[in-house]
Write a protein that binds this ligand. Structure first.
Ligand code: TRP
Length: 445
């Protein structure tokens, strides 16, 4: 391990660190998931609770994960074990969770590729729901797009931290922001867009219930990629002198901005009543088809979704690959191949579970929903609680303090606030929401 750690790669500078970590955070969670979760949970009121979760829980956890990564300069398993003997399992739990997320996340990523091509070639047709269901339940077509996406990921990872991840982030993220801004300007220019928007963002507190908090917290953790080792591994690649808290604040701000702008784009198209995961894939193409130059807007939209997905999946792949490279002493090539092959197998099962294998169910769910629900409802909150306890209570407090204040850009007065959030607020709040979440989940089975 010591040999591997001395040879490990890293980001070239501060901007690279921000772009790569923002790339991990900004993903399907922002553009596909956030808008439909928001519309299912009452719009503006949900957004306020969500912003609270981001600030009180997400941001401190992201800072904590960056700090653990940067201080240990290790893959997630060695990182926790190095900072406290016997705690490597926490990193392993994160890696397993990230792998399970990859199983279904790559399937949706594959859909974005198909939709980008189908929009550009005007081949979606006029039956938008029919196109979606016949495509996603087919055997080979969705698999081929998913495999293409996984292979693109593979080559970025094999390119290395600087030559692959950093380079890809520096190209993809500016392109993503540019497309997002073009789409936002266009949607705000539509008069019905502005009206729809006011409706959505006006808070309606009558729709707030226990499950609203649950959904908001789950979304906050998912969108920031916290607790799973992906941000930890990126933190471990930060060059010395990269401000940890500052980077986390930039990442959280960009991520929140993208989620809000994505919601503006989607709701201003007037689709706020069409709920659920099909919002981006069924309702949006339908709306685009009624606009002048609709194909171009649709193509840009799905390209945006695909870019966001790709910059997230590379961080997932990297978190798992780093384990094989550093812990198992494999070459980067070999480690990446193992992860890619395993991902292909899991994603195949997830994709087929929507069609040919849809009769195979565990606890009433197909494989796709099982991976989604198990990670979102069980693993994410659990990892959030454990990470907060680890950093707040178990890691030597001088090390954490030094990591944040010495070069992390946090002043002496702000540090206790972060520490307080990690020691008390995160474990307690997340536990309460977690327990209610599990009860509700079991009731709904
Ligand atoms: N943050 C990503 C998004 O919003 C999704 C995600 C969840 C993720 N967990 C992750 C990305 C772990 C990388 C690593 O789409």
């Amino acid at each position: 391990m010591s040999q591997a750690t001395t040879k490990r790669g890293g980001f070239g500078g501060k901007l690279a660190a921000i772009l790569a970590a923002a790339g991990s955070a900004i993903g399907l969670g922002n553009i596909w998931r956030f808008p439909y979760i928001t519309s299912e949970n009452g719009g503006g009121a949900f957004i306020l609770i969500y912003l609270g979760c981001i600030l009180l829980l997400g941001l401190p956890l992201l800072i904590a994960e960056f700090a653990v990564g940067h201080n240990s300069k290790c893959n997630p398993i060695d990182a926790y074990a190095k900072l406290r003997k016997g705690w490597g399992w926490l990193g392993a739990m994160g890696i397993v969770s990230v792998f399970l997320i990859m199983g279904y996340y790559f399937v949706i990523s594959g859909w974005t590729l198909n939709y980008t091509i189908a929009s550009a070639t005007d081949s979606i047709g006029s039956d938008f729901g029919g196109f979606f269901s016949s495509f996603t339940t087919a055997t080979w077509r969705p698999l081929i797009y998913t495999y293409l996406f996984i292979i693109a990921n593979h080559f970025i990872i094999v390119g290395g931290v600087q030559g692959g991840i950093e380079k890809a982030s520096k190209v993809m993220m500016p392109l993503l922001f540019a497309i997002l801004i073009i789409l936002a300007i266009y949607s705000l220019w539509l008069p019905e867009g502005r009206e729809a928007l006011t409706n959505v963002f006006t808070p309606d507190f009558s729709k707030v219930s226990g499950s609203t908090f649950l959904a908001a917290m789950g979304q906050a953790f998912f969108t920031l990629s916290v607790g799973m080792g992906a941000m930890l591994i990126y933190g471990s690649y930060f060059k010395d002198g990269t401000k940890i808290a500052g980077t986390a604040i930039s990442v959280v701000s960009l991520d929140t901005l993208v989620a809000l702008i994505a919601a503006v784009i989607i709701f201003s198209a007037g689709v706020e009543n069409e709920n659920g995961p099909q919002l981006a894939f069924v309702a949006m193409p339908k709306v685009f088809s009624t606009m002048p130059l609709g194909n171009i807007w649709a193509t840009l939209f799905f390209l945006l979704l695909g870019l966001a997905a790709l910059s997230s999946t590379i961080s997932m792949h990297e978190a798992v690959t780093s384990y094989f490279v550093e812990k198992r002493g494999m070459s980067r090539n070999k480690g990446a191949i193992i992860v890619t092959v395993a991902t292909i197998l899991l994603a195949t099962a997830a994709s087929l579970s929507l069609g040919d294998w849809s009769d195979f169910k565990i606890a009433g769910m197909n494989i796709f929903s099982l991976l989604d629900n198990f990670t979102a409802i069980v693993m994410l909150p659990l990892l959030g609680i454990l990470t907060a306890i680890f950093v707040g209570w178990l890691w030597k407090s001088e090390d954490m303090k030094a990591e944040l204040t010495a070069q992390g850009g946090v002043d002496k007065a702000t540090y206790p606030v972060i520490r307080f959030l990690l020691r008390y607020v995160c474990p307690v709040l997340v536990s309460v929401v977690f327990v209610f979440g599990i009860i509700e989940f079991i009731k709904n089975l």
